[in-house]
Ligand binder design. Sequence first.
Ligand SMILES: [Zn+2]
Length: 459
Amino acid sequence: MKSKKINLKAWLLTIVFMIIFLPLAWLLFIRMEGEAPSVKLLPQKSAIGISQTIQIHVSDIKSGIKQVRLICLQDKKETVLFERDFSSAGFLKGGTDHTSDVDVLFEPAKLGIKDGRAVLHLAAGDFSWRKFGKGNRTEIQKQVIIDSVAPEADILSRSHNIAQGGSALAIYRLSEPCIESGVQVGKNFFPGHAGYFSNPDIFLSFFALNHTQGKDTRIFVRAVDAAGNNTQAGLPYYIKGKTFKKDRLNISDRFLALKMPEFKLSDSEDTGIDPVEKFLKINRGLREANFKTILKISQNTENQLFWKGAFSRLPGSARRAGFADHREYLYNGRVIDQQVHMGIDLASVKRAAVPASNSGRVVFCSPLGIYGKAVILDHGFGLFSMYAHLSRIDVKKGQVLAKGDILGKTGRTGMAGGDHLHFGMMIHNTFVNPVEWWDSAWIKNNVMTKINDVKAGIK
Ligand SMILES: [Zn+2]
């Protein structure tokens, strides 16, 4: 009898608990939840140009988003850039939207907002019943600078003659600090560098036309300021066409037997592979991977003109292959591959001492796949020279070499049949014809006269 009474009491208590406490809990933890919406405003940069897309991201997992408002404040003037009220899923249910991504096109001048300081203010509220039904609210502010003025680029160098596969120099002055500027050559961009002139607004940009870019390539100076305003300035230029040689190389069984063991593929690939197959993998895949490594190295350069006068070629050497030679590789009379030779092959005596072609800093000195033991020098402002197939390297990374300092000895490491030096030159990300850089008259006409004219002009 007693236990029945207790049971009844427990039941009653449970029912009371369910009737009073559960709705209370629901009210407190669900409908009156205290979690404010999370908001994000992008992009993070604080400069805003003529036109800027502002991305708003709002999320409110519990009650749902009720409203979002973005305004711009300047001199106590308030301009609404975006405002939206979201719908409710029903009196007891909160909002229908829990996340919202909006792109707002902000064009300050069209809204009467002046250049200078301003504040972006983003507010979002949710459908919670907290604060007497007002809900939770998140507000963020961001100080910005409105800048509607595009930079100007004044081209200081007068003529720009460039051959296919050749190099050129442009000198320009910017009207304001820019996050990026340089010479656009077709799809390729060559960053300009300040630092040569004491005026920090004057930039040097060495640029190149690769061996495949023809006479219809568009070349101009491009600059972008922190607010994203960009400008293009025309450059007087003349493109000289050039035809490159064709060359055929016989890949003999002797060459394959001699060279292929030097290259390692992955263990599974390397066992029982046909030597011709292996050659193709290396001549294509490894060549490409090596070029990517070179590209990474040539991204960093010093804003210092290390070099002076003509670059030197390997003393007492004969040219074995030219720049941009189109090579066909033959095996048993059949063409098995084609590549373009992006340097000049020079042969002297075996193990000839290799001097630095001009002053520069050693930025690479290691084995590099098809290039064998290789050294790369940074001559400053994006100009590099490369020495490949060496039998030994006698310099260390970071060392500054004077023109003529011995950096190693010629050899036949990497994809080389006989002892020779593969000499390459690069501007930023493009291999260029070294012949121009060996020619003191070319350097005088295309580089030094321009620099000296600008120097004389700004005095
Ligand atoms: Zn070569």
